[in-house]
Design a protein around this ligand. Structure first.
Ligand code: GDP
Ligand code: MG
Length: 208
């Protein structure tokens, strides 16, 4: 295939989870490699972007953050519209942030208005694994993985936005499964172009 004809892919990723779990910090670590212990409830932009290469494809990730509205569950339809992947985040040291994952998951599926909710890609991040050397941890990895299995095999990463641990890996997975989801929507068109090129080959006769 001619590379110049390939479209650059824009993927919309939204990050959900309770206030304070580290959503903004994870994004800042991923996009700017920066971390601050200072708590900033509001940020200026609705989203940040990062360009990455996934296999042979250039992908622009557009990652949507909240400006603290998650506290009131009032994110609005524009936030959810057209999402290609939803990243759920909880704090491994605060059990309540794990319990509310069900609400965030359900709310996303309700608001997102996607064609096939069951096939929609999520990724779960258990953040702040660095805190107290793991001694103040309240949610085990097994518990988190069981939840992921019960919700249709959601990929799971344990992360630290502070140390930059697993952040890159997690977002690469986000990009990959968002791309896969996109392929499923395109399958009909790919089917046609495959059929056409086969017909062309037959017309031109045997290549040997
Ligand atoms: P948000 O409300 O989900 O966007 O959470 P923030 O990103 O604003 O983070 C809330 C607080 O937790 C801030 O004080 C961060 O510095 C801190 N924080 C975020 N991620 C981590 C982490 O991985 N480890 C530690 N120790 N602190 C973190
Ligand atoms: Mg935030």
């Amino acid at each position: 295939m001619d590379v110049s004809h390939r479209k650059r892919t824009l993927l919309k990723v939204i990050v959900l989870g309770d206030s304070g779990v580290g959503k903004t910090s994870l994004m800042n670590q991923y996009v700017y490699r920066k971390f601050s212990l200072q708590y900033k409830a509001t940020i200026g932009a609705d989203f940040v972007t990062k360009e990455i290469q996934v296999d042979d494809k250039l992908v622009t990730l557009q990652i949507w953050d909240t400006a603290g509205q998650e506290r009131f569950h009032s994110l609005g339809a524009a936030f959810y519209r057209g999402a290609d992947c939803c990243v759920l985040v909880y704090d491994v040291n605060i059990h309540k942030t794990f319990d509310t994952l069900n609400n965030w998951h359900d709310e996303f599926l309700k608001q997102g208005d996607m064609n096939d909710p069951e096939a929609f890609p999520f990724v779960l991040l258990g953040n702040k694994v660095d805190v107290d050397g793991g001694n103040s941890r309240r949610v085990t990895e097994k518990k988190a993985r069981d939840w992921c299995a019960s919700r249709g095999n959601i990929p799971y990463f344990e992360t630290s936005a502070k140390e930059g641990y697993n952040v890159e890996e997690a977002f690469l997975c986000v990009a990959k499964i968002a791309l896969e989801n996109e392929h499923e929507q395109d399958i009909y068109f790919r089917g046609i172009s495959d059929a056409v090129s086969e017909a062309e080959q037959q017309r031109s006769g045997c290549a040997c």
